[in-house]
Design a protein around this ligand. Structure first.
Ligand SMILES: *[C@@H]1O[C@H](CO)[C@@H](O)[C@H](O)[C@H]1NC(C)=O
Ligand SMILES: *[C@@H]1O[C@H](CO)[C@@H](O)[C@H](O)[C@H]1NC(C)=O
Ligand SMILES: *[C@@H]1O[C@H](CO)[C@@H](O)[C@H](O)[C@H]1NC(C)=O
Ligand SMILES: *[C@@H]1O[C@H](CO)[C@@H](O)[C@H](O)[C@H]1NC(C)=O
Length: 598
């Protein structure tokens, strides 16, 4: 626990209050009462992290100070109006300038924070500002940050990873309300790629697979799907299962699709070309590729042996489904390795913030973006989760649809056995509880769960459940309440928050995707597969709209839970075990395994 300046000062006073002079000393001390610190945030360190040692005083921290976004409520109001298909303003997306005006901090906040930084000798030109002015960034040594935040940083250690963090920090009283959050402080969450299964190199050649092919007619959906799609998912399978056979989008209507990747993961262009030769001949003939954007030194080594499975999966399926739509791959540099005995590189990079800074100030972000990274909601400090979520809302207001994979552990850790479950709260009480994932739990993104086989069923690893941070948004009230009403009284009582934002919103096929890594075919699965697949179909829907001169779909959920609900294949078979339980059941209507369906 951090000590506050006020408690230190009061011990000093005990020594000094011996004479009448004390009265004058008190009077003189009054102005500096402004420097008294008040705790801003305290957390229990997430499980598994232990203290390795003190942070070196000269270790550099890239400190990010988030100022309150003065009119976020108004932004939210606009977002819901333009995303509601029954509203006059549906599709009237906001401009970057309009959004910046809504999220710009109040001048009083800017003044208070700038004065505080100046009082620690930080010059104005050492401060970097986000385009809306709502984030200030400054690189400082640990010993100065400790003084400013009245805290103590340590090197924390988990599974070979070292980070410099604290479990509590404070702000001067006169700055306290003018700052929403400061990081890196309490943020221990890491980026996890969401994938459950990567099978080894497929022993089946594509020739052998096509020999097995035979059409299967499903009378419920009226669709004909190749029998091979039960064991191998290709672009053709997805077009068949989701009724897009023969649909070719245009390259010339301003449509676009993007993949966000983090850390060392990057996509190999030669593998994409091999995939196209295997599954999308038109793209192969065109030698189609994607635009690469490096954010904060994100890697793009084309060394095939270092290319990531996640990026291969994301680019091959999202771009394969949408060729010739303009495609972008963002690689965002991550937390640099911190090796306590070797050096003191800058310790930085909360998940998503660097990418958000970049894309929020981009004049033309892709209209459909998939991200297959996430972590346990409880390892992300609530202040950080809320801020990142409000920035996802800003992208929605610009007309961008954001897909996130819902997680690969069912209602938590994917473990149906109560003896071995690891679904334990981080609050120091070690209660057993379902573990929702973030960003899937943010109400301003579209969380994508997983299915398997055709006719489709919910897959057992499909992440689903209820947020402990975000309340249920009104757009899903009716659908989620209907699901809760069907549960037997007392079902999983105390294990989940029935008033929380419920996810996933939708789902898509999620296993046996045939991809290429270093020239070799692999099968890969996880909600990591369903999210880029779903994003691909959103791009096809955008194509249909843009051709008619209509705006892009933007934030999808209010549309999906109302006018478009009937467009989904309702998935009613399957459940998602975890936390020592069989999890929830796929049911008619929305459910916490497959959402509204596929
Ligand atoms: C997929 O397998 C299921 C049984 O596991 C079967 O009922 C279904 O017909 C198969 N689908 C296809 C497309 O062959
Ligand atoms: C295909 O594109 C790559 C760059 O992505 C380029 O190096 C290569 O020469 C191109 N091949 C053909 C046949 O155009
Ligand atoms: C919770 O678990 C942690 C780590 O296993 C342990 O150190 C702590 O004492 C436990 N707390 C309680 C209240 O059981
Ligand atoms: C799921 O369905 C099974 C079989 O109908 C039932 O026994 C079980 O209680 C259901 N679980 C939940 C959480 O509703």
């Amino acid at each position: 626990m951090a000590h506050t300046h006020s408690s230190r000062r009061s011990t000093m006073w005990a020594r000094n209050v011996v004479s009448v002079l004390a009265f004058f000393a008190l009077a003189l001390a009054l102005p500096s009462q402004n420097c008294e610190h008040k705790v801003k945030e305290t957390i229990v360190p997430p499980r598994g992290w232990t203290i390795f040692g003190s942070a070196p005083p000269d270790h550099l921290i890239k400190l990010r100070i988030g100022l309150p976004q003065s009119n976020f409520d108004l932004l939210e109001e606009h977002l819901y109006a333009i995303s509601d298909p029954y509203h006059d303003r549906y599709g009237a997306h906001l401009t970057t300038k309009e959004i910046h005006e809504l999220v710009a901090p109040h001048p009083d906040s800017v003044g208070a924070v700038e004065n505080w930084l100046a009082s620690h000798g930080i010059a104005d030109n050492d401060i970097t500002r986000s385009s809306a002015g709502d984030w200030l960034t400054v690189t400082l040594p640990v010993n100065l940050v400790e003084k400013m935040l009245d805290t103590k940083y340590h090197i924390w250690h988990k599974n070979g990873e070292y980070i410099v963090r604290t479990t509590s920090y404070s702000l001067p009283k006169n700055v306290h309300d003018h700052v929403e959050l400061v990081q890196p402080t309490t943020m221990f969450g890491t980026f996890k790629k969401l994938k459950s299964t990567i099978h080894s190199v497929s022993p089946i050649t594509s020739q052998a697979e096509s020999q097995k092919s035979q059409p299967f007619f499903d009378s419920t959906t009226g669709l004909t799907v190749d029998a091979s799609c039960n064991t191998t998912i290709t672009i053709t399978c997805l077009q068949q299962i989701y009724n897009a056979v023969g649909y070719t989008p245009s390259a010339n209507v301003g449509n676009s699709i993007g993949i966000a990747a983090y850390l060392e993961d990057f996509a190999n262009r030669a593998d994409l070309q091999t995939f196209f030769e295997d599954q999308v001949p038109a793209a192969a003939a065109a030698n189609a590729t994607f635009q690469f954007i490096s954010v904060k030194d994100g890697l793009d080594s084309q060394d095939p042996d270092q290319a990531g499975a996640e990026s291969a999966l994301d680019t091959q399926f999202a771009f394969g489904l949408t060729f010739p739509v303009a495609s972008t791959f963002f690689s965002t540099g991550g937390r640099p390795p911190f090796i306590p005995s070797v050096g003191t590189p800058t310790d930085t990079n909360e998940p998503y913030t660097d990418w958000l800074d970049f894309v929020l100030s981009h004049p033309n972000p892709p209209l459909s973006i998939s991200t297959s990274y996430g972590d346990e909601e409880q390892t992300v400090p609530e202040s950080f989760a809320k801020r990142a979520c409000s920035e996802f809302a800003q992208l929605g207001a610009r007309g961008v649809s954001l897909m996130f994979s819902s997680g690969d552990g069912g209602v938590g850790d994917g473990d149906p056995d109560p003896e071995t479950t690891e679904c334990i709260t981080n609050d120091g009480l070690n209660r057993t509880q379902f573990i929702p994932g973030f960003p899937a739990s943010c109400p301003f993104v579209t969380a994508v769960g997983g299915t398997i086989l055709f006719p489709e069923q919910g897959v057992d690893f499909s992440g689903g459940g209820f947020s402990n941070y975000f309340e249920r948004p009104s757009y899903q009230d009716a659908a989620v309440q209907a699901f809760l009403d069907k549960l037997a009284p007392g079902t999983y009582s105390g294990l989940f928050n029935p008033n929380g934002r419920a996810f996933p919103d939708v789902s898509a096929q999620s296993d046996f995707f045939r991809i290429f890594i270093a020239g070799q075919p692999f099968h890969i699965g996880g909600t990591s597969a369903s999210s880029p697949a779903f994003a691909g179909f959103v791009a096809l829907l955008n194509d249909a709209r843009l051709r008619k001169g209509l705006p892009s779909l933007g934030f999808l959920n209010p549309l999906f839970y109302s006018k478009a609900a009937a467009g989904f294949n309702d998935i009613t078979v399957g459940n998602n075990p975890g936390c020592g339980t069989p999890g929830f059941n796929a049911t008619e209507g929305w459910d916490a395994v497959t959402g509204l369906g596929t």
